[in-house]
Ligand binder design. Sequence first.
Ligand SMILES: C[S@@+](CC[C@H](N)C(=O)[O-])C[C@H]1O[C@@H](n2cnc3c(N)ncnc32)[C@H](O)[C@@H]1O
Length: 286
Amino acid sequence: MHYPVLCAEALAYLAVRPEGIYLDATTGLGGHTREIAARLTTGLVIANDRDRESLEFARANTLEFADRIRFCQGTFSELKEAMRAQGIENVNGLLADLGVSRYQLTEAHRGFSILADGPIDMRMDQSQRVTAGDLVNSAAEKAIADWIYQLGEERRARKIARAIVRARPLRSTLHLAGVVERAVPRTGRLHPATRTFMALRMAVNDEPGELDRLLAMAPGLVAPGGRIVIISFMSLEDRKVKEHFRDLGRKGRAEVLTKRPITPSEKEVDDNPPSRSAKLRAVEMK
Ligand SMILES: C[S@@+](CC[C@H](N)C(=O)[O-])C[C@H]1O[C@@H](n2cnc3c(N)ncnc32)[C@H](O)[C@@H]1O
């Protein structure tokens, strides 16, 4: 079962119009794309993702609306070109549901999983050259510690980085998870390697840089009166989105529609526990 996170809320903030043109920058398995497409008549959704495998699932999950969806593979940085290729200058709404999908996280061969053994890969776009395995096996100890500290918000980053470098070569996700687990004891509910895996995933996919580029570019992609809706799962990301939207508001370029972030209902969290940390923010361009 696939649950698009904060789906009703995302659609309400996008204010989908039947004849509108929408850009789903992170189509993933097509959950939000499908719901947007279902509300269109003459309108169109551009469904983008950097992950080719996910796009195949999205295509299969949205077949009944195929005439209203154009798929494209690329990063946030390439969205402008993707729109141009469709002959589209701007859209009535842009949605970005950041991070990775359940599918990417749980499929062992994609190498994101702490629980299922696989190569230490973690690339969203599998044509990218550098994998997370390259990072743990060749980067400097200090760089690894900085990623784990800054991106994973893990206080024990230095200890973990030292253990990783000593255990080289790291061969698989379970090998890496075990090395981290032996270096730092479990303190709570989370597996001790959770934050390390998250940090490596963010580093190898340059997620902070991609979010910066998305935020810089989005206002230029959305027509006046159109909406930008962003769902994030990490405080680092939510902070960036909040500050950027506040800035657009101050400059008179957009109206901030969410004074506070919108979060999932208790029911949604019960039905889909990974949604618990989701935060949605939206602006309307002037
Ligand atoms: C949380 S999932 C989206 C799930 C989707 N909304 C759904 O309902 O199925 C995030 C997706 O964004 C993609 N993604 C993350 N960063 C990206 C980037 N910089 N450029 C393009 N796609 C990206 C990932 O590959 C992943 O499929």
